[in-house]
Design a protein around this ligand. Structure first.
Ligand code: ADP
Length: 267
């Protein structure tokens, strides 16, 4: 009888624990959903006034020459800060969307070689202004069709852009950034972005994909970084079941290698 009542009591205790744990999970899930919704709405609402300020500052920039030197400086920093805020708000919006998985993702056949070429052309002026040599190395592959992957073209472009933008941002003038394409030994389409920049300390490598993480906060902020780019990249990589390998040496440069899935994926 004693054993039987112990088993019954144990059973009731386990049931009660499950019941209350389940009840406790509901408010947590609800508050998380509310938090994601708030971030999405807030970043969305902030976009319009920011765009208005941005266009107004651009208009003022056109007649900047008539202003005294001090006011010209103020206008320039206004322009920089507004641009930075727009980027930050865009990043927050993308993160909130991917958190809530509310963004409908369209999957199509994407030609990595073609996309890299488009981005290379688009980003060339940025490299030129910074005095960086930007190179695109021809594809090294056995079969022409291996440069195709299945994925969302906008996200893939954003992923390459984030890594390329960082490579240019963290490479001093006179350096070099190279984009190259190849197929891995097991036939996976692989894109490599290498720079001869400042590099990343070994013990920080594991953390650079965390939200808001920056190795050198002052330097990153000065360059317009908010520590969000690579966390967006990580979300895109996981959506595409792609991998990234980062190798880096301080003062010498970094190599970001993205390995995509060769088979069809359903995101
Ligand atoms: P940020 O917007 O600050 O660049 P990211 O999330 O894109 O944020 O990157 C996180 C941090 O990783 C950066 O602040 C920088 O310290 C480091 N990092 C990223 N890419 C590079 C690179 N190519 N060379 C050196 N450091 C890099």
């Amino acid at each position: 009888i004693l054993m039987l009542s112990t088993v019954v009591l144990l059973f009731i205790a386990i049931w009660l624990a499950y019941f209350f744990a389940g009840k406790a999970m509901v408010p947590i899930k609800k508050s998380y959903a509310r938090q994601v919704e708030f971030t999405t709405n807030a970043s969305h609402e902030l976009r319009t006034p920011l765009s208005v300020i941005h266009s107004s500052v651009e208009l003022l920039e056109e007649c900047k020459d008539v202003l005294p030197e001090f006011e010209q400086h103020i206008l320039d920093s206004l322009q920089d800060e507004v641009t930075r805020m727009i980027r930050l708000v865009e990043s927050l919006l993308t993160l909130a969307r991917s958190d809530s998985k509310s963004l409908p993702i369209q999957i199509e056949k994407v030609d990595l070689v073609q996309v890299s070429h488009q981005i290379y052309q688009a980003i060339q002026p940025l490299a030129l202004v910074k005095g960086i040599i930007l190179k695109l190395q021809g594809p090294i592959m056995e079969h022409e069709l291996t440069s195709f992957i299945h994925g969302n073209i906008d996200q893939i472009k954003q992923l390459i852009y984030i890594i390329l933008d960082n490579a240019i941002k963290y490479t001093p003038s006179g350096g070099q950034v190279t984009i190259s394409y190849r197929t891995s030994q097991d036939g996976r389409p692989t894109l490599q972005i290498a720079d001869t920049g400042i590099g990343i300390p070994k013990d920080e490598l594991a953390r650079i994909f965390e939200r808001f993480y920056r190795v050198d906060k002052a330097r990153s902020r000065e360059l317009g970084g908010a520590g969000l780019g690579l966390s967006i990249a990580a979300d895109i990589l996981s959506n595409h079941r792609a991998y990234i390998h980062v190798t880096s040496e301080e003062g010498k440069g970094s190599v970001f290698e993205i390995e995509f899935q060769s088979e069809r994926i359903s995101v």
